[in-house]
Design a protein around this ligand. Structure first.
Ligand code: IPE
Ligand code: IPE
Ligand code: MG
Length: 237
C-alpha cells in the first residue's frame, strides 16, 4: 500500500473500532518448515508489528493482541525464554519508535510475574505513550478469568460491596478501549483459549486456518470487509 492509499483510507472511518487477535500457529508454522518453534515466534513477532501498524493506518481505534497467556508458562523453558527475549527486544524497539508514531501501548495482564527489568520497561512504555491516541493492547501473562478476578478485587479494594456491569467494565485491563467489535483467531482452532472473556460478550468471531506468521495486511482488509457484512443484533431484532 502506498502512502497515498494510507492517507485515503485514513479519511474513511473504519467500521471496526476495536479488533483483537489470537495470534496462534507460530509453532506449527515453524514445524512445517522444519524449524524450531522459537523461529515461528520470531517471525510471528515481525508479523505482529506489521499488522499492528496497519490496523492503525486504516483507522482502527484499538487493536488487542494475545501474545502470552497465563497458561503458556506450562511450555518448555527454552520456548518461554525465547518468547521473553522477543518481548525484551520489542520493548527496546518500541521505546525508540514511540517518538515517531501515535501508539498508546497498554499491557494487559499481571505484570508482577515478569522480571524487574521487563516490568520497568513495560511501565515506562505505558507511561511515555499515554497521550497517544491509537490504542495497542498487548496481552502478556493474560488470562480472561484472571482479569475478571483482578477487576473484582480492585473494586473490593476501593470499598465496593455491590458490583454493576459498568463497574467491572471500568476495572478490566481494556477500560480505555472502545467496545470490542471482533476477535480474530489464526491457526485453525475454534476456541477462545481464555481471551477477553468479559469483552467478548457481543464481539464477532472470525477464524482462519492461516498460521499467524502467514497473516497479511490483505487478510486484515478481508476481515474488515467480512465485518461490514455481519448483522449485529445485540439481543435485539
Ligand atoms: C501462538 O502460537 C503464540 C503463543 C502462544 C505464544 P503457538 O506457539 O501456540 O503455535 P502453535 O499453536 O503451537 O502452532
Ligand atoms: C492462545 O494460544 C494464546 C496465545 C495466542 C498467546 P494457545 O496455543 O496457548 O491456545 P491453546 O492451548 O491451543 O488453546
Ligand atoms: Mg497455539
Amino acid at each position: 500500500m502506498t502512502k497515498n492509499d494510507v492517507a485515503l483510507k485514513d479519511t474513511v472511518e473504519c467500521p471496526i473500532k476495536h479488533i483483537a487477535f489470537i495470534m496462534d500457529g507460530n509453532g506449527r508454522w515453524a514445524k512445517k518448515r522444519g524449524m524450531p518453534r522459537e523461529y515461528g515466534h520470531k517471525v510471528g513477532a515481525e508479523v505482529f508489528r506489521k499488522i499492528m501498524r496497519y490496523c492503525g493506518d486504516i483507522g482502527i481505534e484499538a487493536a488487542t493482541f494475545y501474545a502470552f497467556s497465563t497458561e503458556n508458562w506450562k511450555r518448555p523453558q527454552k520456548e518461554v525464554d525465547a518468547i521473553m527475549k522477543l518481548l525484551s527486544i520489542y520493548l527496546d524497539d518500541c521505546k525508540k519508535e514511540l517518538r515517531t508514531n501515535n501508539m498508546r501501548i497498554v499491557f494487559l495482564g499481571d505484570k508482577s510475574i515478569f522480571s524487574e527489568e521487563l516490568r520497568k520497561k513495560m511501565i515506562d512504555i505505558e507511561e511515555s505513550s499515554k497521550n497517544n491516541t491509537y490504542i495497542v493492547n498487548i496481552a502478556m501473562n493474560y488470562g480472561g478469568r484472571d482479569e475478571i478476578v483482578y477487576a473484582a478485587n480492585k473494586l473490593i479494594a476501593q470499598g465496593k460491596t455491590h458490583l454493576t456491569e459498568d463497574d467491572i467494565s471500568s476495572a478490566v485491563y481494556t477500560n480505555i478501549s472502545p467496545e470490542l467489535d471482533i476477535i480474530v483467531r489464526t491457526g485453525g482452532d475454534l476456541r477462545i483459549s481464555n481471551f477477553l472473556l468479559w469483552q467478548a460478550a457481543y464481539a464477532e468471531l472470525y477464524f482462519t486456518d492461516k498460521f499467524w506468521p502467514d497473516l497479511t495486511t490483505d487478510d486484515v482488509d478481508e476481515i474488515v470487509d467480512a465485518f461490514k457484512h455481519r448483522k449485529r443484533r445485540f439481543g435485539g431484532v
